[in-house]
Design a protein around this ligand. Sequence first.
Ligand code: ADP
Ligand code: MG
Length: 257
Amino acid sequence: MGARVFPAAAPFTFMALVELRNVSKIYRVGDEEIRALDDITMDIEAGEFISIIGPSGSGKSTLMHILGCLDSPTKGTIQLDGTMIHNASAVHLAAIRNQTIGFVFQFFNLLPKLNVLQNVELPMVYAGVSSRERRDRALASLQMVNLENRSKHRPSQLSGGQQQRAAIARALVNNPRIVFADEPTGNLDSHTGEAILLLFRQLSEQGRTIVLVTHDPEIATVTPRRIEIRDGKISAHPDVRLAGLNRTPAPAAAPNG
Ligand code: ADP
Ligand code: MG
């Protein structure tokens, strides 16, 4: 019978998960123009663990917001998972953000009046998932970050590292194709920060696509690929220019002594 093997709208299989082409972002503040991003072209492949690194004010958060469809470019295009973002309707865009992308932020952004379980359930409320399924999936997500024993706690009753793990569970709960983390260890002590980085590495080893944004070259050593931005442009030779980046990523978490 006439089953169609190749639907006309199927994305090409060689397409990267995220494709940015000649993206610029210009902010206008009064009479001043701030070129936060200047002609950025880059791809992120499915399954990659990649860091975006650069000093404060270089454009990292702006780039992450555009990669994650929270903001749109002034010039250039972004294609996410086969969809041209500037052609998508507002409703479609909201659905893409909710189902394709997870975000983790420096200050966790948990809602203080909800307990951990309710915070993790929130993205599924927006996605229209039934309450029973929400609970099951939120608990499974909390298990992934080893926090199921704190599900009834309020955020204020948790340590910083636990709050960030709750935020990571929330980012994972809709099983997104890609997770963006903007300075996820920036508000944590170094020991707790390392545990969070280890968690990201484990998630990466399970096949998740993860983009880590950081100003700290030491943190960027956990990812196999790094993109450095300076003054809104991609820097050609990050590994040569940045102190601390001339070593290979540390071996996986096996104890060596
Ligand atoms: P980073 O995350 O690397 O610190 P940002 O992407 O936050 O850098 O900012 C890049 C540049 O754009 C900075 O000069 C910053 O002041 C400016 N900028 C960021 N957001 C805005 C905004 N909403 N309005 C005006 N300027 C902004
Ligand atoms: Mg930033």
